[in-house]
Design a protein around this ligand. Structure first.
Ligand code: AMP
Ligand code: TRP
Length: 324
């Protein structure tokens, strides 16, 4: 069975896109050799507040458990709790080249024209490679924006194996299916994202009332028909959203809402989204009242992760010539 590892940053609130496009699938497909890492060290590469990082890490862990990741099945852990991540990252920094890190699109986008860019932002993809290679992951579920980082992880693994002997599994990225992309409610041509204005982004932490309001205010198109098409980007997105949360296909939905007005349709989309998120939101509220549960899960997760990571590190230390 394939070993799976993915990572998610504890920055900003989770939105419906994160849930539908990533976390829900992780939960549905989870198995004992799946690892989910909350990458707090990656969140330190850009300016941040210490309290917010701590709070965000706890929050994200709570949402992951609320979404159904079960610590008795998969391993959910915090990156900084397993020191092998930073240890391997250093060694891999001596395998990766300055030039290839400098060419990374994310570094250019986040760093260009800014004062005081951290060295960590440059070496970010090497830490990511360490996250993956430590666990000998076969598959890494990611969003399309992470394609280049995964390519670098593969390059580093191959170069290391070539130079020091077979040590790492070369990982393969996996991408969500096309239907898993949730679009912004205010900018129909852009995917829902934490960097876009609040009003077009459905947060898991929103109240049902707030969710309804955002959906009712979603951009629509001219005309009155409820159907998908290139000339109707707004309604198409709402139909996709409804389809994603109900599992029904677009033609079925078009038929059901034939003749209904935009207002009625949006009301029903809001109801469906809220019904879809209700169990996760309820569970998250319960977990917030029993903080020990999350802490315990992370503690056990780190122990399990560390056992695997330590085994890889022992082989790496020998391979690269560090004295035992
Ligand atoms: P990010 O919020 O960009 O750090 O993404 C975390 C995870 O959520 C990644 O696996 C992304 O592919 C996924 N994701 C982010 N935004 C969306 C979206 N609008 N639709 C579907 N998946 C998304
Ligand atoms: N860089 C990834 C992102 O921003 C997060 C990440 C860190 C990750 N380590 C990882 C993803 C390892 C997959 C595997 O989304």
């Amino acid at each position: 069975m394939a070993r799976v590892l993915s990572g998610i940053q504890p920055t900003g609130d989770l939105h419906l896109g994160n849930y539908v496009g990533a976390i829900r699938r992780w939960a549905e497909q989870q198995a004992p050799n799946h690892f989910f890492c909350i990458v707090d060290l990656h969140a330190m590469t850009v300016p941040y507040e210490a309290d917010e990082l701590r709070q965000g890490t706890r929050e994200l862990a709570t949402w992951l458990l609320a979404a159904g990741l079960d610590p008795r099945t998969a391993t959910v852990f915090v990156q900084s709790h397993v020191r092998e991540h930073t240890e391997l990252a250093w060694i891999l920094q001596c395998v990766a080249s300055y030039g290839e890190l400098h060419r990374m699109t994310q570094f250019k986008e986040k760093g260009e024209g800014k004062q005081g860019v951290s060295a960590g932002l440059l070496t970010y993809p090497v830490l990511q490679a360490a996250d993956i290679l430590l666990y000998q992951a076969d598959e890494v579920p990611i969003g399309a924006d992470q394609r280049q980082h995964l390519e670098l992880s593969r390059t580093i693994a191959e170069r290391f194996n070539h130079r020091f002997g077979e040590t790492f599994t070369v990982p393969t990225p996996t991408f969500p299916t096309a239907g898993a992309r949730v679009m912004d409610l205010q900018h129909a041509d852009r995917k829902m994202s934490k960097s876009l204005p609040e009003s077009g982004t459905l947060l898991l932490s929103d109240t049902e009332k707030a969710t309804e309001k955002k959906i009712k205010r979603a951009v629509t198109d001219s005309g009155t028909e409820i159907r998908a098409g290139d000339d109707k980007p707004g309604i198409t997105n709402l139909l996709d959203l409804l389809s994603a949360v109900t599992g029904e296909d677009i033609p079925t939905l078009e038929q059901r809402y034939a003749g209904a007005g935009y207002g009625t349709f949006k009301g029903e989309v809001a109801e469906a989204v809220n019904a879809f998120l209700r169990p996760v939101r309820d569970r998250r509220a319960e977990l917030a009242d029993e903080p020990g549960t999350v802490e315990q899960a992370l503690h056990e997760g780190a122990d399990r992760a560390r056992a695997v990571a330590a085994e890889t590190m022992a082989a790496v230390r020998d391979a690269v010539g560090l004295l035992r």
